[in-house]
Design a protein around this ligand. Structure first.
Ligand code: HQG
Length: 176
């Protein structure tokens, strides 16, 4: 049950709010009471207790509840247009990006690009990056020279859940 709600939240808070008839505000937030009533109207089971458990136990901390406890948003991973309001941060010298080997030629030609999402996602450690890459097939991990990219003026952001984000990254900052 909590897995179903987690999947539904990912879908509506990142990609398809209209699936249950909600609107996200420009920073991706929605009121929790409105969300829960629309979830129920759409035939799913949910209440505040289950929602809080899903948020607290989510393996990747995908969802953030606002400080006043009234609103929720996805921490990252959006394909809908949102401005998360994150301030640029100084990244670690080295970050990692897991991808499918089949993407390599294109990545070294065009650099990392966000695809259907708003940002390129970077991991702090190789293990996490490998897991991200494996979602797409035979995987490998690219090293991202984030220190040099940052020094060259590329902005990096850290999402509420610690995933590093950037808008795009030329191949010159990538290596094996
Ligand atoms: C690839 C998950 C060809 C890129 C994870 C990736 C993450 C290119 C795919 C989050 C390319 C996009 C995001 C280029 C990039 N040519 N392919 N020039 N540039 N790509 O799913 O990074 O479980 O949108 O390497 O944990 O895999 O959903 O991004 O393979 O944090 O919460 O294009 O999603 O979180 O795929 O994953 P995605 P991602 P959740």
């Amino acid at each position: 049950m909590s897995k179903d709600l987690s999947r539904l939240l990912s879908r509506v808070l990142r990609h398809e709010p209209e699936f249950i008839g909600i609107d996200l505000d420009p920073a991706g937030w929605v009121r929790i009471d409105k969300l829960l009533s629309q979830v129920k109207k759409s035939g799913f089971t949910a209440d505040r207790e289950l929602l809080d458990a899903v948020v607290a136990n989510n393996d990747k901390k995908r969802f953030t509840i606002s400080e006043d406890g009234q609103r929720i948003r996805a921490a990252q991973g959006h394909s809908v247009e949102v401005d998360l309001g994150l301030l640029p941060s100084v990244p670690p010298a080295l970050l990692f990006h897991g991808t499918a080997t089949a993407n390599l030629d294109s990545i070294f030609e065009k650099g990392l690009i966000p695809g259907s999402r708003r940002h390129v996602h970077l991991s702090k450690d190789e293990t996490t990056a490998l897991k991200v890459g494996q979602r797409h097939g035979k995987a490998l991990v690219l090293k991202v020279n984030a220190g040099r990219a940052h020094a060259d003026g590329i902005a990096f952001f850290v999402a509420d859940n610690g995933v590093w984000l950037t808008e795009a990254l030329p191949a010159t900052y990538l290596s094996f």
